[in-house]
Design a protein around this ligand. Structure first.
Ligand code: G3D
Length: 201
């Protein structure tokens, strides 16, 4: 009887919790993406003025609930000196969102270098990867096809994991819903990284 009640309690008051890293160069729009995600997925959350967000220095965290799933986001600073901290978080993560500034052609090779280094880490093996082409609201920015042209070179490193390139405007809020739905679906089916159970609060 106790086991039955305990099971029911867990079903009602606990969620499957997954940790999602938001990585990418500074200024790619990671903080704006996280804030927009919280606005779209949290009832009564007003959020901060998206135009006043400044580049991530250190770490931003955030959480959203999607059905029975809780996503914990860690938005890590993208400056070169902070990139060396990314791999401290890999072993704990269930998914990665890699942000690219689609309007910054000049820094694309630098972003690709950071991306390849990230993929070289064994602790991220098999972890679903969403590559976000952000700032799609800007005229003449790189399209998903342009980004794929460059990032497809990394295909052997991507391996068998789930991977998608998604066009987004974090500022305007387009593509956020699709991004989150995709990542939820992928982390749920990745049996190699089971979720933590967390109490609903
Ligand atoms: P970061 O956390 O990756 O460092 P931020 O990036 O979220 O701080 O965003 C860096 C700059 O890009 C900010 O502008 C922000 O408003 C802008 N930005 C983020 N997402 C978008 C987007 O989808 N479209 C456009 N047009 N701009 C975006 P400032 O001027 O404050 O530096």
């Amino acid at each position: 009887m106790f086991t039955l009640l305990h099971g029911l309690w867990k079903y009602l008051f606990q969620r499957d919790e997954y940790c999602i890293l938001i990585l990418g160069l500074d200024n790619a729009g990671k903080t704006t993406f996280l804030e927009q995600t919280k606005i779209q997925f949290t009832r009564n959350y007003k959020g901060m003025n998206l135009n006043k967000i400044t580049s991530t220095v250190g770490l931003n965290v955030g959480k959203i609930d999607v059905g029975s799933v809780r996503l914990m986001f860690w938005d890590l600073g993208g400056q070169e000196e902070l990139q060396s901290l990314w791999d401290k978080y890999y072993a704990e993560s269930h998914g990665v969102i890699y942000m690219i500034d689609s309007d910054d052609r000049e820094r694309l090779p630098e972003s690709k270098l950071a991306f390849d280094k990230m993929l070289g880490s064994e602790s991220l093996e098999g972890v679903p990867l969403l590559v976000v082409g952000n700032k799609q609201d800007i005229e003449n920015c790189m399209t998903v096809a342009d980004i794929k042209d460059v990032f497809n070179e990394s295909a052997p490193r991507i391996g068998k994991r789930d991977c998608l390139v998604q066009p987004v405007s974090a500022l305007q809020g387009t593509g956020i819903n699709e991004s989150i739905e995709w990542i939820v679906q992928c982390v749920k089916r990745n049996i190699h990284r089971p979720p933590k159970r967390s109490d609903i609060t």
